[in-house]
Design a protein around this ligand. Structure first.
Ligand code: PGA
Length: 323
């Protein structure tokens, strides 16, 4: 029953073809993919949602809308890691200030703590600021740490937590990261929650187990998912130049959304942004962005170059279809 309904929706769509706006062909592609998948209610409701945005506009001029499996806005974050000096950061900020970036994208950059204030006072308000880490609780006698209250005090809106470099180089575990997320959210700091498997875990078929375990640790701690963006960052792709293929990333993103549907709620599964990170650059972003469950990117190396980062932000246009 479900299969025949979906087949007929897909064939209706293929019948519409690129009639309305030939330049936007991504939607048909997405539907054929849907047809090949197992057909759950979630997939059917995605089909209906896409069909709504894709109806021919009765001869009116085409309008491009962003078609994503989820309902959230495209999101691109730049993780500057432990890079930069006052001078190089001033150049990067001025490149970002003069870049043309699409309006329908949330954009965030994450400088090292030391430079947050410099960036905050010189960067356009169009781009929000994230920290790369924060302490697990209220500040006090914790040498070398920065608290969520302090981030809030300097106008930092976001924090990246669970990044693979914190997990695997510094040794933070799932539970500690979950607690950090809960504390930051309670201080009104939004969280970019990172998950991702090591190469050996992927090679031994454990990718989903690892990602779901990391997700569960967040789920066990956080009061709500409203102010969280999930970043899927396979560790083998970070800083290596070896980007995941669009299909590899899409497979995990879709599984993450299904996990959230089963273990949190259908509403969270649909509204949350799931962004991809790991060797994203100006040349591979468009193909990745076309995947329906990729809602944006977390970018390391390429975020240190203003024009390239702007190009990645603007990959939202690769997701646009005619309505
Ligand atoms: P990369 O880093 O883009 O340099 O691979 C991504 C990240 O660590 O967030």
């Amino acid at each position: 029953m479900a299969a025949s309904a979906s087949t007929s929706l897909a064939s209706q769509l293929s019948g519409l073809g690129s009639l309305a706006c030939p330049q936007y062909s991504g939607l048909r592609h997405a539907f054929f993919k849907q047809e090949q998948r197992s057909l759950s209610d979630a997939h059917l409701s995605q089909l209906h949602r896409h069909l709504r945005v894709a109806s021919p506009s009765g001869g009116k001029a085409c309008r491009a809308v962003v078609a994503m499996a989820g309902t959230g806005k495209f999101f691109v974050g730049g993780n500057w890691k432990c890079n930069g000096t006052k001078d190089s950061i001033s150049t990067l900020v001025s490149d970002l200030n003069s870049a043309n970036i699409e309006s329908d994208v949330d954009v965030v950059v994450s400088p090292p703590y030391l430079y947050i204030d410099q960036v905050k006072s010189s960067l356009t308000d169009r781009i929000e600021i994230s920290a790369q880490n924060c302490w697990v609780g209220k500040g006090g006698a914790y040498t070398g740490e920065i608290s969520a209250e302090q981030l809030k005090d300097i106008g930092c809106k976001w924090v990246i937590l669970g990044h693979s470099e914190r997990r695997h180089v510094i040794g933070e575990n799932d539970e500690f990261i979950g607690k950090k997320a809960a504390y930051a959210l309670n201080q009104d700091i939004k969280v970019i929650a990172c998950i991702g498997e090591l190469l050996e875990e992927r090679e031994s078929g454990k990718t989903f187990d690892v990602c779901f375990k990391q997700l569960k640790a967040f789920a066990d701690s956080v009061p709500s998912w409203e102010n969280i963006v999930i970043a899927y960052e396979p560790v083998w792709a970070i800083g290596t130049g070896k980007v995941a293929t669009p299909e590899q990333a899409q497979e995990v993103h879709s599984a993450v959304r299904d996990w959230l549907k089963k273990n949190v709620s259908a509403e969270v599964a649909s509204s949350i942004r799931i962004i991809y990170g790991g060797s994203v650059n100006g040349s591979n972003c468009d193909e990745l962005a076309k995947q329906e469950d990729i809602d944006g990117f977390l970018v390391g190396g390429a975020s240190l170059k203003g024009p390239e980062f702007a190009k990645i932000v603007n990959s939202v246009t690769a997701k646009k279809v005619a309505a």
